[in-house]
Design a protein around this ligand. Structure first.
Ligand code: GAP
Length: 479
């Protein structure tokens, strides 16, 4: 059984063993902070993405979705401020040559202090860090690292360089001939694809303010300290929504979206006490108010989603750089203006990590005469990679044929999995481990009276029902 300390490692191993997540290019020893989603991981990820998409677009009549390209005109990133501002203060250890993000070093130290029971000291360290970051006081940050007695994890020394800023964007060349090629960036956020399409969508969709544009997709950041599994990666996926509003109404909408997004996370069946809001002290270059929704991962409370009041920063700058008007005519007040924007931005990979951390359960099933245990992923049925496993008890006596009929009746409605190999108990355990909420078993009684056994993953309760009712029963849980 995993203790609190090794629970995170147990989840990582489980993700690999059961086809959820693999290290990228593993046969070449992997690529740091890049991961691939396997056969069940990609299903779970897709289900989370679809659920977000439906909540945003289908459930909000004034939000539409787009799918913009990863490559964008390089001026986009000048206008957005990313060329000049998308950097983090870093510090190098002179002995190991290892580079660290300053805030990560200090946060790790604060975690360490908290674990030692020195909560007040940890809080004071973080408060001082926030103050120095907000003031861009790099000398102060270096001194704070030295005073906190922080050592490099590799060299073990405190031989630090000055604190400097490093841009996090990846660049590449567009064009086949090197002389003609121009430098472009892999997008560090999906948001800009929405801003540059603001007028296209507003005009073609006849959208009236307030309205939103949602998008999911890959983003890339050259994270210096990229570890903690899929929590911080160099290639990751975001689910973002930009909500265009009348200037002056941003405070109201900020509160509205904070509440709305918190409700969404709670709708995943996760207890309230696992979430908290964290207001930003140092605001990003585009924001006049911002907070994170933090979730208590097995590695502690960490950022899951950002809610940002982005003012008219982005549209105004795109208007400036592109010389194209980004204005909206508001018929209700008879005025032209550049809309303000409220952004919700959640990491799909972090949501995946939250969902799987929450679902991962080790159960002791031992009885007086037998030691037994199981690992079960208690995923909500709507998110589970497979909804129903169809399991004939034996590979003979006509049972596979009946099982195939059930499979054919269900598989166009939801994801099913057919398996006839191994003892039924082992098959149940494999399905528990990937979070399949229902297993249906076909046995000799099925031939006599047309009933099957339906097994519920969490309670392990087994009920006898007519085979003809299986599809309806499972579908009821998927809404
Ligand atoms: N458009 C605003 C924006 O990108 P952000 O706070 O930098 O804001 C939003 O990122 C979300 O994207 C984060 O809350 C996090 O869930 C996710 N995210 C950011 N960097 C990430 C990384 N390196 N790996 C995985 N997810 C990341």
């Amino acid at each position: 059984m995993a203790t609190d300390n090794n629970r995170f490692q147990a989840i990582i191993s489980h993700c690999k063993e059961y086809g959820f997540i693999f290290q990228s290019s593993e046969i070449y020893d992997g690529l740091s902070a890049v991961y691939d989603y396997g056969q069940w991981g990609s299903e779970l990820k897709k289900n989370i993405r679809d659920y977000w998409w439906k909540s945003m677009t289908q459930m909000h009549e004034n939000i539409v979705g787009i799918d913009a390209a990863i490559f964008m005109h390089p001026t986009t990133w000048k206008a957005s401020g990313h060329v000049d501002n998308f950097s983090d203060p870093m510090i190098d250890n002179k002995d190991s040559k290892k580079r660290y993000r300053v805030d990560h070093l200090l946060e790790a130290k604060a975690d360490e202090l908290e674990k030692e029971g020195k909560k007040a000291e940890a809080d004071a360290l973080l408060a001082e860090m926030d103050k120095l970051l907000a003031a861009n006081d790099y000398d102060g940050l270096k001194k704070l690292i030295e005073d906190a007695n922080i050592k490099c994890a590799i060299s073990g020394t405190k031989n630090w360089t000055e604190v400097r800023q490093f841009n996090l964007m990846f660049s590449t060349q567009l064009g086949s001939v090197s002389e003609e090629a121009s430098e472009i960036y892999l997008r560090p956020e999906t948001a800009q694809g929405i801003f540059v399409n603001f007028l296209n969508v507003q005009k073609t969709g006849r959208m009236k303010i307030p309205f939103g544009i949602a998008q999911t997709g890959k983003a890339f950041r050259n994270e210096i300290v990229a570890r903690q599994f899929i929590f911080r990666m160099r290639e990751f996926e975001q689910m973002e929504m930009q909500f265009f509003i009348r200037p002056g109404s941003q405070k109201e909408w900020y509160e509205y979206w904070k509440e709305e997004r918190m409700k969404w996370h709670l709708s995943l069946g996760i207890p309230k006490e696992k979430f908290r809001f964290h207001d930003h002290v140092k605001l990003a270059h585009y924001a006049d108010a911002a907070c994170d929704i933090e979730y208590e991962f097995p590695i502690g409370f960490k950022e899951l989603e950002g809610i940002h009041s982005r003012t008219d920063f982005d549209l105004k700058n795109h208007q400036l750089y592109s010389k194209k008007k980004m204005q909206y005519f508001d018929p209700e007040i008879n005025q032209n203006y550049i809309p303000y924007v409220l952004e919700t931005s959640v990491g799909l990979d972090r949501t995946f990590m939250m969902v799987i951390s929450e679902a991962y359960t080790e159960e002791d099933l031992s009885t007086a005469d037998k030691q037994d245990s199981r690992v079960v992923l208690k995923l909500q049925p709507k998110l589970a990679p497979i909804k129903l496993a169809v399991l004939p008890l034996l590979k003979k006596d006509g049972l596979p044929e009946i099982a195939r009929e059930i499979m054919n009746n269900c598989k166009s409605h939801f994801r099913c999995f057919y398996e006839e190999k191994d003892a039924i108990g082992r098959r149940y355990r494999r399905m528990d481990a990937i979070g399949t909420p229902f297993c249906v078993t076909i046995d000799h009684q099925t031939k006599e009276d047309g009933t099957v056994t339906i097994r519920h993953r969490d309670s392990m309760q087994q009920d006898r029902i007519p085979a003809s009712q299986v599809r309806e029963l499972v579908a009821k849980y998927l809404i």
